[in-house]
Design a protein around this ligand. Structure first.
Ligand code: NAD
Ligand code: UDP
Length: 312
């Protein structure tokens, strides 16, 4: 039986990953400091005989014997949450990477880093392919997250080069689905909660900025495929849904999907908010035969139903 450590396992993506790994018969250790993670995300697996929950902060060293794989997901991902304590965010990415890479080295474990499309910053190249170096600000509200994640990628690469640690760098593009917090602050959960409660949908800026949204089940499938790939597949590899949509169109789609009477209002665009984002997933398609299956309409409908049942 494989022993798999998931840092950030009580969060949105981590909780879905823990469930999938248990389903395939792994022993799963979920490590979380509960900053944005919640016990209720993992309530259905808390008593599973192959599941262990450890409350721990990744900025502190951590040791666990007999590990085969580590998925390093610990880090707040929503702008309001990662900007709440920016120094802590950088520490989480950088010291968390150092601690988990040290553990992987000691244990001879494979380690996957949940990196991000934010390493491309406000991209001047569209769509974004892995070889693009990005357009990133070192001193702005998003820098703690973007630069922390970029530094983590560098650490992963150097542990691979210097110590032959088997690494996987996964660049995740905007992902959504059940288990997002209602006050998460990211656009899909904000719009759905606003629409379901009959509140105004808040568009930041003019709404012409674009994103490409991937449903959680597609992302988890790609994440596990990448981890299971051969040692020479170190990445970085983009994973996301290449269906690009403006934030204004997304708001209209959410109103339509939820049959809401909500109106759209406009607020200031936050500093350094990327104007456009869409993954080039040629590599993931070619290497892993992976591409997303769930359309935005299907994914919004599934997520909307979940929000209604959970918070309605
Ligand atoms: P999330 O905020 O729901 O989950 C993050 C988890 O990490 C939470 O459970 C949180 O409590 C935990 N955590 C935060 N700081 C920690 C620390 N110092 N020690 C231990 N645990 C800590 O976010 P998510 O969307 O599930 O994102 C998971 C990972 O995927 C993050 O690393 C994020 O950067 C990356 N990612 C997500 C997306 C996305 O669209 N969801 C996109 C790109 C990258
Ligand atoms: N956004 C918005 N209204 C909201 C939340 C976000 O218009 O209530 C915008 C935000 O400014 C950005 C896009 O939606 O342009 C995606 O934001 P999110 O925080 O989900 O992800 P990120 O900017 O990190 O890709």
């Amino acid at each position: 039986m494989k022993k798999v450590l998931v840092t950030g396992g009580a969060g949105f993506i981590g909780s879905h990953l823990c469930v999938k790994l248990l389903e395939r018969g792994d022993y799963v250790i979920c490590l979380d400091n509960f900053f944005t993670g919640r016990k209720k995300n993992i309530k259905n697996i808390l008593n599973h005989k192959n599941f262990e929950l450890i409350e721990h902060d990744v900025i502190e060293p951590f040791y666990y014997q007999g590990l085969d794989e580590i998925y390093n997901l610990a880090c707040p991902a929503s702008p309001p949450h990662y900007q709440f304590n920016p120094i802590k965010t950088t520490k989480t990415s950088v010291m968390g990477a150092i601690n988990m890479l040290g553990l992987a080295k000691k244990e001879g474990a494979k380690i996957l880093q949940a990196s991000t499309s934010e390493v491309y910053g406000d991209p001047k190249v569209h769509p974004q392919a892995e070889e693009y170096f990005g357009n990133v600000n070192t001193m702005g509200p998003r820098s703690c997250y973007d630069e922390g994640k970029r530094c983590a990628e560098t650490l992963f690469y150097d542990y691979y080069k210097e110590h032959k640690v088997p690494i996987k760098i996964m660049r995740i593009f905007n992902t959504y689905g059940p288990n997002m917090l209602p006050d998460d602050g990211r656009v899909v959960s904000n719009f759905l909660i606003q629409a379901l409660r009959g509140n105004d949908l808040t568009i930041y800026g003019n709404g012409n900025q674009t994103r490409s949204f991937c449903f959680i089940s597609d992302l988890i499938e790609g994440m596990i495929k990448f981890m299971e790939s051969s040692h020479d597949q170190i990445g970085p590899i983009n994973f996301g849904n290449p269906y690009e949509i403006s934030i204004k169109k997304l708001a209209e789609l959410v109103i339509q999907e939820t049959k809401s009477a909500s109106k759209i209002i406009y607020k200031d665009l936050p500093q350094d908010d990327p104007l456009q984002r869409m993954p080039d997933i040629t590599l993931a398609k070619k290497l892993f035969n992976w591409s997303p299956k769930i359309s935005l309409e299907q994914g919004l409908s599934l997520t909307s139903k979940w929000f209604q049942q959970t918070y309605g």
